[in-house]
Write a protein that binds this ligand. Sequence first.
Ligand SMILES: N[C@@H](CCC(=O)N[C@@H](CS)C(=O)NCC(=O)O)C(=O)O
Length: 310
Amino acid sequence: MTELILHHYDMSPFAEKVRLMLGYKQLAWRSVHIPPVMPKPDVVALTGGYRKTPVLQVGADVYCDTALIARVLEHVQPSHSLYPRDMPLAPLLAQWADGMLFGAAVCWAMQPAGVAAIMGDPSPEVLKGFAADRAAMRNVGAPRLTLADGTAQLKAHMAALDAQLAAGGPWLLGALPSIADFSVGHCLWFVRLAKPVAYLLDDYPAIGPWLDRLLAIGHHQHDAMSSTDAIGVAAGAAGHAPVGVLPGLGFDAGQAITVAATDYGSDAVAGTLVGLSTESVTLRRQDPRAGTVHVHFPRFGFQIRKDIAA
Ligand SMILES: N[C@@H](CCC(=O)N[C@@H](CS)C(=O)NCC(=O)O)C(=O)O
């Protein structure tokens, strides 16, 4: 099998979600470190404009968003399933965590003392650049969560998660880990990383041991790769993962389309539609360095539009 190449950076919570899923499935991977802020020319060469972290590359197939990356890992290694049969709501709980819980956890963790711990005492210039980058990523008109909003929401979420674990366990939905554990876990990993404000976790006694258990899974075996080499892997790939456009979903194979996230970081990626289902959408695009790339997105949380400019 072609190698799994993860484009990520250390302090990214969503990257930690994928690193832990790779660990759980005992899959070896290549690690490409990417910048945490724009510009990211080597990421964009592969994705066509999507800039969020992480991205999974398999040859000339590029998978955006951890909800889809989780499905790919499940396909590559079905054992240690992220979707146990008796936990059908696990992906929906994961979606909630990746949106609502993540927003509240980041709001709490990114207080000044937390930022200093997470980013290693950044200079005022670095901090200013980071804040400007994240502000530019917010969709026009989307209100920013205040600390008061985020704190109240995080505490309410934590109380519910703590009660759920106390009532059952050892994992969120029962005897086995599921995608929900990894989605909740990366958010609380980030709160822990913000050491001076991580005390919030202490008020929820069932959370600490569960988070210890999850993080003990680790990241399995991984070797560094340069972003230039990763682009070379795409350019040299023999083909792409099979995809097809299902009928009745509003679009036809071969159409010029754009795909963009609907929450934030909504840079549109343009290309030709080659894959569509209720779960995912795939477009084909050409890049001068990466060659013909298939870029895949989940259907949930993304908008497809006919590209009238094409
Ligand atoms: N829904 C996305 C969210 C990814 C996300 O928001 N990642 C953050 C880092 S944890 C990000 O992209 N930040 C801006 C950046 O890295 O450029 C996913 O599941 O992958």
